[in-house]
Design a protein around this ligand. Structure first.
Ligand code: PHE
Length: 347
């Protein structure tokens, strides 16, 4: 009897159940009333009493493993029926690779958060623009170098004359969005405009033909340069930490007067001077100034009544300073090894 049990154990183990028919065959052969295992139970009566205990145990185990095998395969075949034959639901799943947010998105969202907390709204506008909104209304002289093909991607030149306001081009800065806001809304205006901008530059570690900007605009009664400075100090300490210092250097933009560039103290050396800040202790971050009255007038805002400030920065530049990334091209290559550095809780 014991020999027969171990023979059947082996048979049960080796029996190949691959479809409904072989499953049924297995059941009939081993588990049905007239099956081989039931027959062994019948024969059990004749086993001598002293061997009953051992043999009974083996016999029960045999029945148990045959039943288990039957049930497992029955379940498996049922699942295949649901999912289709090509899917084996018992296979272990592939590891799930969790994505990361792009560093530009992280810093953009952080900057949006910083300005939202002091009442700035977010506005967006078209990437394909006309000369009027990118240059003319922003007080660019008709011979300004930015209006040259060398610096701007033109899509359509409308006429032979240079700087036709109807020329179609890719915006070179998001100041065009601010023009559109001012055209459509009277002060008080307090908004930031994030977005992609395009410039006709050779791609290198320090320049790219496409990058991202965030520009800010505040127009109301009695807005002063002091307001601008305080807002920028708040912004810099929120983004770079409370120990950061700022300084403003005189500069020039056609659409602001006076204009300035803002530096932050070098966060690598803490302002002492290192090779990142080229020994100066300062890193350039953004351009800013008081909105030129010509721009307000061009947009239909009374420049006798209202004043405003504006500022604008490259998001790549801010990200570079925050995370110490020194090659602009990395932002556009989408190399997973680079992107994985930016696992973050910030949305
Ligand atoms: N538009 C400027 C640029 O693209 C940045 C800027 C915005 C400067 C607003 C001053 C005020 O460089």
């Amino acid at each position: 009897m014991k020999e027969r049990i171990s023979e059947l154990n082996k048979e049960v183990e080796e029996f190949n159940i691959h479809n409904e028919e072989s499953l049924e065959q297995f059941r009939i052969t081993y588990l049905s009333k007239k099956g081989l295992i039931s027959m062994l139970f019948e024969g059990f009566r004749n086993v001598p009493p002293e061997a009953k205990r051992d043999t009974g145990l083996l016999l029960n185990n045999l029945k148990q493993s045959a039943t288990n095998k039957y049930n497992e395969h029955k379940e498996r075949l049922a699942m295949i029926e649901v999912a289709g034959p090509s899917v084996d639901l018992t296979m272990p799943a592939y590891p799930f690779a969790e994505g990361t947010r792009h560093p530009i998105s992280i810093v953009r969202n952080e900057i949006i958060g910083i300005f939202s907390r002091i009442g700035f709204t977010v506005s967006v506008g078209p990437e394909i623009e006309d000369d009027n909104h990118v240059f003319t209304m922003l007080n660019f002289a008709s011979d300004h170098p930015a209006r040259d093909m060398q610096d701007t991607f033109f899509i359509e030149k409308k006429s032979g004359i240079e700087s036709d306001p109807h020329d179609v081009l890719l915006r070179t800065h998001t100041s065009s969005v601010q023009v559109r806001v001012m055209e459509n809304q009277q002060p008080p205006i307090r908004t930031i405009s994030p977005g992609r901008v395009f410039r006709n530059e050779a791609v290198s570690a320090r320049a790219h033909c496409i990058f991202h900007q965030i520009e800010g605009l505040y127009v109301a009664e009695n807005v002063s340069f002091a307001d601008l400075k305080q807002t920028l100090l708040y912004f810099a300490t929120e983004l770079f930490g409370k120990d950061v210092n700022i300084r403003l250097r005189p500069s020039f933009f056609p659409f602001t007067e006076p204009s300035a560039e803002m530096d932050i103290s070098c966060n690598i050396c803490g302002g002492k001077g290192c090779n990142v800040c080229k020994g100066t202790g300062w890193l350039e971050l953004l351009g800013c100034g008081m909105v030129d009255p010509n721009v307000l007038d061009a947009c239909g805002i009374d420049s006798e009544k209202y004043t405003g400030y504006a500022f604008g920065m490259g998001i790549e530049r801010a990200t570079m300073l925050k995370y110490g990334v020194n090659d602009l091209r990395l932002y556009f290559e989408n190399d997973i090894r680079f992107l994985k550095h930016f696992r973050t809780e910030i949305l």
